[in-house]
Write a protein that binds this ligand. Structure first.
Ligand SMILES: Nc1ncnc2c1ncn2[C@@H]1O[C@H](COP(=O)(O)OP(=O)(O)O)[C@@H](O)[C@H]1O
Ligand SMILES: [Mg+2]
Length: 595
């Protein structure tokens, strides 16, 4: 990316986020008008202060008749105007605080919504810690950038331009032109210098995200980390490496930013020196300016030197903010792969028959997992998919739920191509119990009733009994209100699975998908739950993915997949055994090994 593009980028970033400020949800037209009035008043008052100072000096040095009047009126007015300017600026702050916070809120909400809409593929490839880090910092960046832009940068530039006009009209072209020259040189220098610093800023930003994702990843995997890491100092050193990278990048960034600050100070300083020199010369020669004019000129210079000098800091903050916002802009520009087609229709659940028609699928950049796969599940029947681990069984369930779309071929439910249905209508008709059940960090009750929050306690009790969790929950001191910990880690694998089954049952779907849903249970509990599941799913189309063949003997049809997910045989348990094929071999093997 060349510099020109980066320059454009900064404006593009501001343009991208500006609608937040003027969003209808931020509807504070009145606030904007008052804030605008305050900004203009502050500019006017700031420009007025040196003029008052000039008159002050004039009346003092000329000790004339109006001296007494000046003492009473002009002297206090200087302080008054100064105070007023500060008060107005504070009021502006109070007024706009909520507006900027509302922008932050709108951005947070939009990101949350967008991240939820993004496809499985995006989430599998991204680092949660890095995303949360960017989101956190972007939300802080919004008020910083908007505040700096609208309350510091733009008003200061306007103030300086107004001062230049006043100086020009009072003392001629030179003074006005000099002030504008300082401003232009300063702005050009700052613009080009910060362009050069963009790369460094991005790097420090990247190291910051890495720190975020590193720490979050290690905390999420606390248990693994404790089990695998024998040498604690090894992990600590790795963490320190990540932190050191950030330290280096931040330091580098700070050096560059401060060098820019020095450059800015030299430009302002040189300008001030030249102007005051010429003004002092004018006073010394006596015919052009008097001492009060000198006071006015130097008051303007001092007044604007500070904010201009502060621009160094403000620009640094702004650049940092914009770089973070750039990250968030990338996230927001990420388009979900699985979306509703423009002409998508709501899925109309009927009896629930499922058909895979010549379906092929490969994960992004990976080998083909499914190759021309065709099978059907007649409405209301239970079909089991068996095959060795890694052959693609879970992939089949993900395609049905449209976490991914098939690369070739169609999947139809009740004759409707699932690619033509809206995601929400489709997903609300399907209950999946995934292979690795993960829970929210809330109570058991919250987790079970997540998709049906208004369900009655009786119904919850009923499904909890079906999954044999009633005794377990009764034994807990807090019962249903027991908090399950992050991702449900305070529960055993089997307990989590049973909660996942319970919540899938409560959703009352047209299609059940159980992906090795009982694999973490002991044989006795598994069989007990199985009996319930057979009953529940007797009228509902069910896809049962299983590794343990003893759990699928009852189903209407067993589809046996080889390691490439090709169907090698299918039929009822007894038929397959009689075939003495692949299934019979697996059965034999598993019976001998009691798996
Ligand atoms: N998100 C993914 N990206 C790339 N490859 C994947 C992804 N998920 C699974 N795979 C690969 O796809 C294959 C099938 O996985 P899966 O359907 O989970 O197998 P099964 O459920 O039969 O054990 C495996 O080789 C696995 O490594
Ligand atoms: Mg699997």
């Amino acid at each position: 990316m060349n510099n020109k593009n980066q320059g454009k980028n900064q404006l593009e970033i501001i343009k991208f986020f500006l609608p937040l400020l003027f969003s209808r949800k931020n509807g504070h037209c009145f606030r904007y008008c008052i804030a605008g009035f305050f900004v203009i008043s502050t500019i006017a008052l700031n420009v007025l202060i040196p003029v008052v100072a000039k008159h002050l000096v004039n009346t003092i040095t000329n000790k004339n008749a109006v001296y007494a009047f000046a003492v009473i009126f002009i002297f206090p007015s200087y302080g008054l105007i100064w105070t007023l300017a500060r008060i107005v600026s504070q009021c502006r702050q109070v007024l706009m605080f909520r507006v900027f916070q509302r922008c932050t809120r709108l951005l947070g909400l939009r990101l949350f919504e967008h991240l939820n809409a993004l496809s499985m593929n995006y989430h599998k490839n991204s680092r949660t810690g890095a995303i949360t880090n960017s989101i956190d910092r972007a939300q802080e960046a919004i008020p910083t950038v908007f505040w700096a832009l609208f309350f510091v940068v733009i008003p200061t530039i306007v103030e300086i331009l107004v001062a230049a006009i006043i100086l020009w009209s009072l003392y001629g072209f030179f003074y006005g032109a000099m002030v504008v020259a300082i401003l232009v040189t300063f702005s050009c220098f700052t613009f080009f210098a910060t362009q050069k610093a963009v790369k460094i800023q991005r790097k420090s930003n990247e190291t910051n995200k890495t720190v975020g994702s590193y720490i979050v990843d290690r905390l999420l995997n606390y248990e693994t980390l404790q089990c695998l890491v024998i040498n604690k100092s090894y992990e600590i050193n790795r963490c320190d490496d990540v932190l050191k990278n950030r330290e280096d990048a931040m330091t580098h960034q700070s050096i560059v930013m401060n060098l820019i600050g020095i450059g800015q100070a030299i430009i302002i300083g040189t300008g001030i020196t030249i102007i005051t020199f010429v003004a002092a010369k004018g006073v010394f020669l006596g015919h052009e300016l008097n001492i009060s004019d000198y006071v006015l000129i130097s008051a303007y210079l001092i007044q604007f030197a500070d904010p201009l000098n502060m621009f160094g800091f403000i620009f640094k903050e702004m650049r940092q903010g914009l770089t973070t916002l750039e990250n968030v802009m990338e996230i927001l520009n990420e388009t979900p792969e699985i979306i509703d087609k423009p002409e998508a229709k709501a899925f109309i659940p009927r009896k629930g028959d499922v058909a895979f028609e010549h379906v092929s699928f490969a994960y992004e950049g990976g080998n083909k997992i499914l190759n021309d796969l065709s099978f059907t599940i007649p409405a209301g029947e239970t079909v089991a998919l068996v095959g060795q681990t890694g052959c693609g069984k879970s992939t089949i369930s993900r395609l049905l739920f449209r976490f991914y779309d098939s690369t070739e071929g169609d999947i139809k439910i009740d004759g409707q191509n699932i690619k033509d249905c809206t995601l929400q209508s489709l997903r609300s008709s399907i209950s999946v119990v995934p292979q690795e059940a993960v829970l929210f960090n809330g109570t058991i009750y919250f987790n079970v009733t997540y998709s049906v929050p208004n369900i009655s306690q009786d119904e919850v009790d009923k499904v909890i009994k079906m999954v044999h969790l009633d005794k377990f929950i009764a034994s807990l001191p807090d019962g249903y209100n027991t908090v399950v910990g992050e991702r449900g880690l305070k529960l055993s694998g089997g307990e989590k699975q049973r909660i996942a089954i319970a919540r899938a049952l409560l959703k009352s779907p047209r299609l059940f998908i159980f992906d090795e849903a009982t694999s973490a249970l002991d044989t006795k509990t598994e069989q007990a739950i199985q009996t319930n599941l057979i009953e529940i799913s007797s009228n509902i189309t069910t896809l049962l993915i299983a590794h343990r063949l003893s759990t699928v003997t009852y189903v209407d049809k067993i589809i046996v997949l080889d390691e490439k997910a090709n169907i090698v045989e299918s039929g009822k348990h007894q038929e397959l055994l009689a075939n003495k094929g692949y299934y019979a071999q697996m059965w034999e093997y598993q019976s001998q090994n009691h798996s």
